[in-house]
Design a protein around this ligand. Structure first.
Ligand code: PLP
Length: 286
């Protein structure tokens, strides 16, 4: 594997060492980001850095780097993979301190980042759609923080996989929140609906882009609560994330969504998304 970044140094991964007393290891006390790189450019970098800033502020940790510093770290990591599409993973933890729940007074944040080639979903997931199951959203009340503590998300995703599905659609009090690692859109007729931002969902960068593209193209798109019955009767259901982009969900809990095939609204939105991505690669949009 190519070099990783750890606390100011670029190293082979086997030489990168973190203390067993790092609060990320002991408490899951840290936050992270995943940033896609298309055509050698960091996609929606300002949005990812703004979300990182919000996550850090929410856990009361100072941002260890300026935007320029982050960019130069990412650029060096990206160079290892040439022009391939990639994803950058970065995490910041509260650093090393004797184990105690209370914040250590002088801990220095641990900063870790690496780049890897982007693994796109298999082509048939786009052409046939994927299967999802609904599960009770067992997470906490600050799902808007991109926290490294992902035990609940991992349990929920695993539950979906063991039922033969690709994603878990999380439901809190009969209302859809998001996926275990994605945001959710439903389509009724020619209208898109996605759950509103708030403490129960991660403000997905791809979600926001889909909303932005919809509005720019006069596609009706509402950010409002999606009841479980709306999900059950939707013509189309999609999941969005930086690495999965916009994937159609064609079965939920064993029932067919709409016609059981990816729908026309997905085809339209995905074409617009790809157009946007192409314009970005060509430097025509930021
Ligand atoms: N919601 C959760 C819980 C996630 O983990 C992710 C991404 O990993 C998303 C939503 C989608 O966010 P983004 O589009 O920024 O990748």
């Amino acid at each position: 594997m190519s070099q990783v970044y750890l606390d100011g140094k670029f190293l082979p991964p086997e030489q990168a060492r973190v203390s067993v007393f790092d609060r990320g290891f002991i408490f899951g006390d840290g936050v992270y980001e995943v940033i896609p790189v298309f055509g050698g450019r960091l996609f929606r970098l300002p949005h990812h850095l703004a979300r990182l800033e919000a996550s850090l502020a929410a856990i009361r940790l100072r941002n260890p780097h300026t935007a320029e510093e982050w960019k130069s770290i990412f650029t060096r990591l990206m160079a290892e993979h040439g022009t391939k599409d990639q994803s950058i993973y970065l995490q910041v933890t509260r650093g090393v301190a004797p184990r105690d729940h209370a914040f250590p007074p002088n801990a220095v944040p641990t900063v870790f980042a690496y780049a890897q080639p982007l693994k796109y979903p298999p082509a048939e997931q786009l052409t046939l759609g994927v299967t999802a199951v609904t599960t009770v959203d067992i997470r906490w009340q600050r799902c808007d923080i991109k926290a490294i503590a992902l035990l609940a998300n991992a349990l929920l995703r695993q539950q979906a996989i063991e039922q033969g599905a690709v994603e878990a659609i999380l439901v809190r009090d009969s209302v859809v929140t998001e996926g275990a690692a994605s945001n959710i859109f439903v389509v009724s007729g020619d209208r898109l609906v996605t759950p509103p931002k708030g403490p129960y969902i991660l403000p997905g960068i791809t979600r926001d882009l889909v909303v932005e593209i919809a509005r720019a193209n006069k596609i009706a798109c509402e950010e409002k609560p999606v009841g479980i019955e709306v999900l059950r009767t939707a013509d189309e259901v999609w999941l969005t994330s930086s690495t999965k982009e916009i994937l159609p969900i064609t079965r939920v809990d064993g029932r067919t969504v709409g016609t059981g095939k990816p729908g026309p609204m997905h085809a339209r939105m995905f074409a617009l998304y790809k157009q946007y991505k192409q314009a970005f690669i060509q430097g025509k949009v930021e």
